[in-house]
Design a binder for this molecule. Structure first.
Ligand SMILES: Nc1nc2c(c(=O)[nH]1)N[C@H]1C(S)=C(S)[C@@H](COP(=O)(O)OP(=O)(O)OC[C@H]3O[C@@H](n4cnc5c(=O)[nH]c(N)nc54)[C@H](O)[C@@H]3O)O[C@H]1N2
Ligand SMILES: Nc1nc2c(c(=O)[nH]1)N[C@H]1C(S)=C(S)[C@@H](COP(=O)(O)OP(=O)(O)OC[C@H]3O[C@@H](n4cnc5c(=O)[nH]c(N)nc54)[C@H](O)[C@@H]3O)O[C@H]1N2
Ligand code: SF4
Ligand SMILES: [Mo]
Length: 679
């Protein structure tokens, strides 16, 4: 049996290293890689299910054309035919409109490997229309940029040294599974774990203290904690004086807030935040984990600023066991991004951008020239907000091309389907946005059927375009995938990994030699050089100078319930839930409602409920559970084939922040309101 090293390229905190076992050219087993210090030889259930994903009967193994669009009548075509249809259309549109702007490229994070950025490079080089923004983390990111000047976090392995771990608006027991090892280690060493979430999650079930504020009220809760810490004189005066800008103004601001106001905003009794405040200020060092769910609100960024202020007040920064955790990309900066750059070959391409936030509406609005062709890679458009508008938006497209493994919800509207390889069938380099380990993804098996990698598809497109219109695009045609991977590694990266050659890197995953601490030097790249609670940049961008609370959104008379749609353990966004191993016994999607609400509305378990708002309606079976408050309902995000799709009800309004870090505000996915009726 042959054994290869692979890396899970999903948009997931853990970026696990895997060992793949191959017999007679077939992948027969996948395990974790015990040489990977962060994941320690384990995977999540999705990782172990890759053997099914690779060989699933529904995986598409050759190019196909659907005619007519939406008919479900797909027929096989050759790669040559597919490339011909796609590139001729591209050139015809350029001829008609004078540029490639009528072509919109929409890729997000279906696969975060570096070689997949070839397509991004190609469409930027062509100067087409490209999607701008991300649904993950923008609002929270900007709060870090205002406060610290950059996004850096401690080594997640350092969490074992914490005495208090506050997990605020994140559900790592499901979404960052391997981090639970470090949280549990700290717990065993006597740390207290506090979870703050409107929902009693799998993470909350493992905590010492669970605080259940109203969604979107976390900024007010943070101010309550700050008020208690300062009033009781539990704050770090020396730290504040030396390293913090606006510390005194902030203390004055919180001193004037009434406990009653905080109680009303958060729905919590004052004892709740006072206990958290006392523990965080006195049991040191303490860290805070800022979840992504917390910032998917219209006031999400400003709420983050309030929480970041707590680390500043207590001086829980730059020392082991302390700090604030959020995804960050320190070592993405050590990669050369050669794949993207090699395809792009231009410093400032004249691309046109379209916002992801309300993609359907925004893409329809573009004129002069209008968008006439959509190229999707690693996307399920039904993960976007306002999916009700997608059908009309897609109607205006003369050609929709999709690169994927499976026919998904978006395929209904596609004309051409190009099947791509999985990580086992290609080389790649997948950096983590969480831990400090790097591993190379080796090709373990030959591509299934006629599948090609995103890199190859970019090369094929460039090649055919140049054949049809010589000099149309300047892109490289040569080099093995292995060489492309090697080019992503900079001398600084080699040095940091303590290896001298690419081949050494193939032997096992390596850890970067970076400081386990963030901000150990306490020098901050902000305008003042200090950690800024008072931020002139925030002010210039239209936000309060201080981390004041900004009220969020509220239910209305017509739509009295908040709809939360967080991430599911057995899926990775839209991925995996189509597999039998992962859908079996899970029984999703369900609509969770509180027992008191069920009683009020005379709803029984498994009743079918109509959930609706001004955008549309979805019918789902109910699960009655006390894990959520009475005014909230919950169903998980994901693709449940043939079932109703909840994003129909999400309107795509923007978060307060996000433009600074990612060019677009975040999406306030969790500020959605609905009403219910029994079917
Ligand atoms: N298993 C699995 N893992 C994943 C993913 C997946 O789909 N499945 N997706 C990956 C991706 S792309 C992402 S972005 C991350 C997301 O991972 P997380 O950071 O865990 O974020 P969410 O699942 O969006 O929400 C987490 C929690 O935030 C809570 N929440 C919502 N609003 C508020 C609020 O106003 N205040 C507070 N305090 N809490 C709130 C929700 O109730 C939920 O329990 O996970 C990644 N990992
Ligand atoms: N209601 C609600 N909606 C949400 C969220 C939420 O919390 N609630 N979360 C949002 C968030 S944070 C995110 S990140 C998005 C994620 O949504 P998307 O950006 O659509 O990403 P995925 O669902 O991970 O994957 C999309 C597709 O990529 C394909 N794919 C996998 N590997 C490859 C590859 O190598 N090449 C190509 N070409 N395709 C590949 C998969 O098969 C899948 O069909 O969803 C967002 N939508
Ligand atoms: S989905 Fe996440 S936890 Fe699961 S195998 Fe992939 S990287 Fe690891
Ligand atoms: Mo995400």
């Amino acid at each position: 049996m042959e054994v290869y090293r692979n890396v899970c390229p999903r948009n997931c905190f853990c970026t696990c290293s895997m060992l793949s076992y191959v017999e007679n050219g077939k992948l027969i087993r996948v395990t974790g890689d015990s040489e990977h210090g962060f994941t320690k030889g384990k995977l999540c259930a999705k990782g172990y299910a890759y053997t099914q994903r690779v060989y699933d009967a529904k995986r598409i193994l050759h190019p196909m054309r659907q005619y007519p669009r939406g008919s479900g009548r797909w027929h096989r075509i050759t790669w040559d035919e597919a490339m011909d249809i796609v590139t001729r259309k591209m050139l015809e549109l350029r001829g008609r409109y004078g540029s490639f702007w009528p072509i919109c490229f929409n890729k997000q994070t279906g696969n975060i490997g570096m070689l997949h950025y070839a397509l991004d490079g190609l469409f930027a080089a062509l100067e087409s229309t490209v999607v701008n923004g991300t649904s993950c983390w923008s609002a929270g990111l900007d709060a870090f940029l205002y406060t610290f000047g950059d996004m850096r976090k401690p080594d997640p392995e350092d969490m074992v040294n914490s005495k208090i771990i506050i997990i605020w608006g994140g559900n790592p027991a499901w979404t960052a599974l391997h981090q639970m090892y470090y949280i549990n280690q700290a717990h065993e060493n006597g740390a207290k774990v506090i979870v703050i979430d409107p929902v009693f999650t799998a993470t909350a079930a493992q905590a010492d203290i669970f605080i259940q504020p109203k969604a979107g009220s976390d900024g007010a809760l943070a101010l309550g904690i700050a008020k208690y810490i300062t009033k009781q004189n539990l704050y770090d005066q020396a730290f504040l004086k030396q390293f913090v800008e606006g510390g005194n103004e902030f203390i004055q601001y919180v001193a004037n807030l009434s406990d009653q106001w905080i109680e009303e905003e958060t729905g919590l009794p004052r004892e709740a935040w006072q206990e958290v405040a006392h523990l965080y200020a006195t049991q040191r060092p303490g860290c805070i984990w800022l979840g992504l769910g917390l910032q998917r609100h219209v006031n999400g960024g400003q709420n983050f600023r309030g929480i970041l202020a707590l680390a500043a007040l207590t001086g829980n920064i730059g020392v082991s066991g302390a700090g604030v955790y959020y995804p960050s990309q320190e070592h993405w900066r050590l990669l050369t991004w050669q794949t993207r750059a090699a395809f792009l070959k231009k410093a400032e391409p004249a691309i046109r951008t379209v916002s992801l936030n309300n993609f359907a509406q925004e893409v329809s609005k573009l004129s002069d020239p209008p968008v006439k062709m959509l190229f999707l890679a690693g996307r399920d458009l039904w993960q976007d907000a306002n999916t009700g508008a997608l059908e009309a938006a897609l109607e205006q497209m003369e050609l929709v091309v999709q690169v994927d493994h499976f026919l998904n919800r978006s395929s209904h509207f596609a004309d051409i389907f190009l099947p791509c390889t999985t990580q086992f069938e290609e080389w790649d380099l997948v950096p983590s946005y969480w831990h400090h380990w790097i591993a190379v993804n080796q090709k373990a098996i030959e591509p299934r059927g006629e599948c090609r990698s995103d890199l190859q598809i970019a090369q094929n497109l460039a090649h055919r375009l140049n054949e049809l219109a010589p000099g149309c695009v300047c892109t490289p045609q040569v080099g093995s995938e292995e060489e492309w991977v090697a080019q992503e590694l900079s001398p600084e990266l080699f040095e940091s990994l303590n290896v001298t050659s690419f081949s050494k890197l193939l032997e096992k995953p390596r850890k970067l030699r970076v400081s386990p601490l963030a901000w150990a030097d306490l020098k901050f790249p902000t305008p003042s050089g200090k950690l800024e609670l008072k931020s002139g940049l925030a002010w210039a961008d239209g936000f309060p100078l201080l981390p004041e609370f900004r009220t969020g959104s509220y239910p209305t008379v017509h739509y009295p319930y908040r709809l939360l749609t967080p991430h599911l353990n057995s899926g990775s966004n839209s991925q995996f839930t189509n597999l039998h191993w992962l859908s079996w016994g899970i029984d999703e999607p369900k609509l969770r409602i509180n027992p008191r609400l069920a009683k009020k509305l005379k709803i029984q378990d498994n009743d079918r409920i109509r959930v609706y708002n001004n955008l549309g309606e979805v019918v789902l079976p109910v699960r009655i559970t006390a894990m959520i408050p009475e005014d909230t309902i919950l169903t998980y995000t994901g693709w449940f084939p043939d079932k109703n799709q909840i994003n129909l009800l999400i309107d795509g309004k923007s978060c307060d922040m996000g433009i600074r870090g990612t060019g677009q505000p975040g999406i306030a996915l969790y500020d959605t309101y609905v009403n219910l009726s029994v079917v």
